[in-house]
Design a binder for this molecule. Structure first.
Ligand code: TMP
Length: 235
């Protein structure tokens, strides 16, 4: 597959056309932002590490019957994916309290939730991705009821698969964000799954192995991302 023109520049990834209109190339960058772009920086080797982590996780999900946009790793920093029409709804699943959930509800971080929480956010950078519910989604035609039940079911299934797999690698899946899209009418998982879009904690020490190290200036950011990769690559 031949790489063609740059189509879109994101905060952490760039997207290129290919010679096949059904496929795109995603380039993972070292650039990092937080707090809706207010904080900016670079995380050394992040692009390469996140490409490899996302590749491992998309393959795991595909092996478990989840359709994703992943086609193959294209180069160290690039992934070849099916082109999706991305739904403007982001889905967050939470197993343990942290981040905006703790802030919004005034609960300490690290509480195991009785059942997973699923939240929807309107994918709009200019509006800072506000939280929405199903009524907003239907009222604004962001997705159909069938699509919402599809993404809900997929998000919980992905949570079960990832939670179990990460625990086998001595990590807790605290929470994560998913994006879905349509490839010729078929609903599938898009974007990336990496320490940029998930919270991973060491299962025994609860050390943070994700982008919170960057957001909160905790240091050891590259080391934490590399540790996640090392554990996922381990037998
Ligand atoms: P939050 O606690 O800040 O709402 O984040 C919940 C999860 O979603 C966390 O794993 C990080 C991920 N996330 C993104 O991938 N992109 C974002 O823009 C935000 C705010 C969170």
């Amino acid at each position: 597959m031949e790489k063609r023109e740059l189509l879109y520049q994101g905060k952490a990834k760039d997207v290129y056309a290919t010679c096949n209109p059904d496929y795109l190339i995603i380039e993972f960058k070292d650039d990092a932002t937080a707090f809706d772009g207010l904080k900016r920086g670079q995380i050394t080797n992040k692009g390469e590490i996140n490409n490899r982590i996302s590749t491992i996780i998309f393959r795991l999900l595909e092996d478990n019957g989840i359709h994703t946009h992943f086609y193959k790793q294209f180069s160290a920093r690039e992934m070849l994916v099916k082109k999706l029409n991305i739904l403007k709804v982001e889905v967050v699943v939470r197993n343990i309290s942290a981040g905006s959930l703790s802030r919004r509800l005034g609960i300490e971080e690290g509480l195991e939730l009785n059942s997973p929480i699923l939240e929807f956010y309107y994918k709009d950078d200019a509006l800072k991705d506000p939280m929405i519910n199903e009524y907003h989604i239907y009222a604004l035609s962001l997705a159909t009821p069938e699509q919402v039940s599809g993404i809900t079911c997929l998000a919980f299934k992905i949570n079960d698969i990832l939670k179990e797999h990460l625990l086998s690698k001595k990590m807790l899946l605290v929470d994560f964000k998913l994006e879905f899209g349509l490839h010729r009418e078929a609903l599938m998982l898009g974007d990336e799954i990496s320490p940029d879009t998930c919270r991973f904690w060491d299962a025994s020490t609860h050390d943070k192995l994700d982008k919170d190290r960057f957001r909160r200036d905790l240091g050891g950011v590259t080391e934490a991302y590399a540790e996640v990769l090392k554990r996922l690559e381990g037998a």
